[in-house]
Design a protein. Structure first.
Lengths: 469, 99
């Protein structure tokens, strides 16, 4: 059978009896078997659960016919969860030896919401351990490979989730974005990645990295699918007090939209082909009738420093709970990168340094937020590159943590300010590796970003491509 | 400016309950110093009269009634399911007080 590439194709196939959900699961599992030995995108394949859910999907289709997709908007949609998402009864490791054999007794809110909407769980994906990294190489269970060329990294930290969708080992997958961990691997793998507004999606039941920055999103092949998944995952949750419903004054889609191009994002050292992809995308938006406006976000260059103070500080606090007593292995099982971040965070929070580092970073954070507030008085969204470089080779940056940290330089601002970001693929570079761009908007402007993204796909007659096919 | 000494690194490791091997120590000392030096660039930003931000969506205290909701609780069996070091339905922990 031909594996569907979108939610709509999945529904058409199921309702039109072209395939059953069980056959769909057969097809995905055989793809995983054939390709994942090379990619290492899955840490756990949950075939038993998948077949169980596929059977109830087939039952729903049989009983309700096409009404089944009305009651279950994501009926039969196969999903792979980043291994930070707690899944009741399915091992959850955060890609760390600390949680090597941890089987949670409850599920994350997002896992539950997706399941209630009809998804089928294929398994858990590899990532940088504890989501610490920009290449996937920090996993304690071996690196994930870029499906367009396995000598290159797929980006990180949501490495396996991006790879799985790019190679069509899953229709959708989930991720977390604390400093770019959805948008950057989406960019490196040529798929759509959404980092929602901070607080738009519940973090309950997801291994915490940096609590004031963590944002829960997903990977899909089209913007329309990203929106459909977001409709299910978003909203207030009694288990996460920072999660809230969209405010009634959330930005709306207007007939005439303005897109800001921030000069600070076209930094020295920005890869030429990455730059060209963004500038070409700008011309497409212009053709669509979107007005392009040059803007300035003067504190952009400080965002990475703010991030590498606030984030490790919160990491050191969040990873304090892993004591090996109630679950998991003792702290000696932490890998090198987790140790580095815990120690960095402990240092900037320790007596005598708090004011110079942590408090200073929180103040500069306010300045960065103010830059965006001023910009959004004049524009509806911002167009920017995602990564300063194209995918790099495995091992290329592994020995130098600071160089690896700088890979986040164009993505961290959205986290520092709590803004939504939508990474979209747009062509390939001369080495055959994906190119793309990101759209950022004011808080809770996802509807505007989706509208821009969908229109862009229409204008460019975007057809999803599958890696390794 | 902010070069970390060996002593600093060991002190931080102790605070964070991490054991650092002899071989790791100089590597961590270098790597941490490099990052701390880098983020020190923030000192050039004027932040006089700027309020710090710790929460971006403007939420204030979120309150609920202080009641136990049984559906939100793990059973004793579930709570203990992550370890095999249990005794009479309790977790077993290492000794923290010297004899």
């Amino acid at each position: 059978m031909e594996t569907p590439l979108t939610i709509e194709e999945t529904h058409k196939g199921l309702i039109g009896k072209k395939f059953s959900a069980v056959e769909l699961v057969d097809s995905y599992l055989s793809q995983i078997k054939a390709k994942d030995g090379k990619l290492n995108s899955f840490l756990t394949v949950s075939d038993e659960v998948a077949y169980e859910q596929a059977k109830s999907t087939d039952k729903a289709v049989k009983e309700l016919g096409k009404d089944a997709v009305e009651t279950h908007p994501l009926l039969g949609v196969v999903v792979a969860f980043k291994d930070l998402f707690l899944t009741n009864g399915i091992r959850t490791t955060a890609s760390s030896k600390v949680l090597e054999s941890y089987v949670p007794a409850y599920s994350a809110t997002v896992v539950k919401r997706l399941g209630d909407a009809g998804t089928i769980t294929l398994g858990k994906t590899n990532c940088d351990a504890w989501a610490h990294g920009a290449s996937g190489e920090n996993s304690d269970f071996g690196p994930t490979k870029n499906p367009w060329n396995t000598e290159y990294v797929p980006g990180g930290s949501s490495s396996g989730s991006a790879t799985a969708v790019a190679a069509n080992l899953s229709l959708i997958s989930t991720g977390t974005d604390t400093g770019g961990s959805i948008r950057q691997p989406a960019n490196f793998c040529g798929v759509v990645g959404l980092k929602p507004t901070y607080g738009a999606v519940s973090r309950y039941g997801i291994v915490a990295m940096a609590s004031s920055l963590d944002s829960i999103g997903h990977f899909t092949r089209t913007v329309g699918d990203s929106e459909k998944v977001f409709q299910v995952t978003k909203g207030a949750d009694e288990y996460d007090s920072t999660a809230k419903d969209f405010p009634f004054d959330a930005p709306k889609i207007k007939p005439h939209l303005k897109l800001g191009i921030p000069k600070e994002y076209f930094v020295e050292g920005l890869d030429r082909e990455q730059e060209k992809a963004v500038l070409d995308a700008a011309q497409v938006f212009k053709k669509m009738g979107v007005e392009l406006v040059d803007i300035s976000l003067p504190h952009t260059k400080y965002a990475i420093s703010v991030y590498y103070i606030v984030q490790p500080a919160e990491v050191s606090s969040n990873l304090g709970r892993y004591d090996g007593i109630r679950f998991g292995n003792p702290r000696a099982s932490f890998g090198a990168e987790a140790k580095r971040r815990i120690m960095l965070g402990t240092y900037v929070l320790s007596a005598g340094y708090y004011d110079a580092y942590y408090l200073k970073a929180m103040k500069v954070r306010s300045k960065i937020i103010q830059d965006f507030s001023i910009a959004f008085e004049n524009v509806d969204a911002i167009l920017a590159p995602v990564s300063p470089t194209p995918p790099f080779k495995l091992g290329e940056k592994a020995a130098n943590p600071l160089q690896m940290y700088l890979a986040d330089i164009l993505t961290v601002s959205a986290n520092v300010a709590g803004l939504p970001g939508l990474a979209m693929p747009f062509g390939f570079n001369s080495k055959g590796l994906p190119l793309g761009f990101q759209l950022m908007g004011p808080r809770f402007s996802e509807d505007v970003l989706f509208a821009l993204g969908k229109e862009f796909e229409k204008e460019t007659e975007y057809k999803p491509k599958v890696a390794m096919s | 400016m902010a070069k970390l000494s060996e002593k600093d690194v060991l002190h931080v490791a102790k605070l964070a309950r991490l054991d650092i091997g002899d071989k790791e120590l100089p590597i961590l000392q270098n790597q941490l110093s490099e990052v701390v030096d880098f983020v020190g660039q923030l000192s050039e930003v004027n932040t006089d009269d700027v309020e710090p931000t710790s929460q971006t969506t403007g939420l204030e205290n979120v309150l609920r009634i202080d009641e136990v909701a049984p559906k939100n609780c793990l059973s004793q069996e579930e709570a203990l399911s992550g370890t095999d070091k249990t005794y009479n339905g309790y977790f077993v922990v290492g000794r923290v007080i010297k004899k």
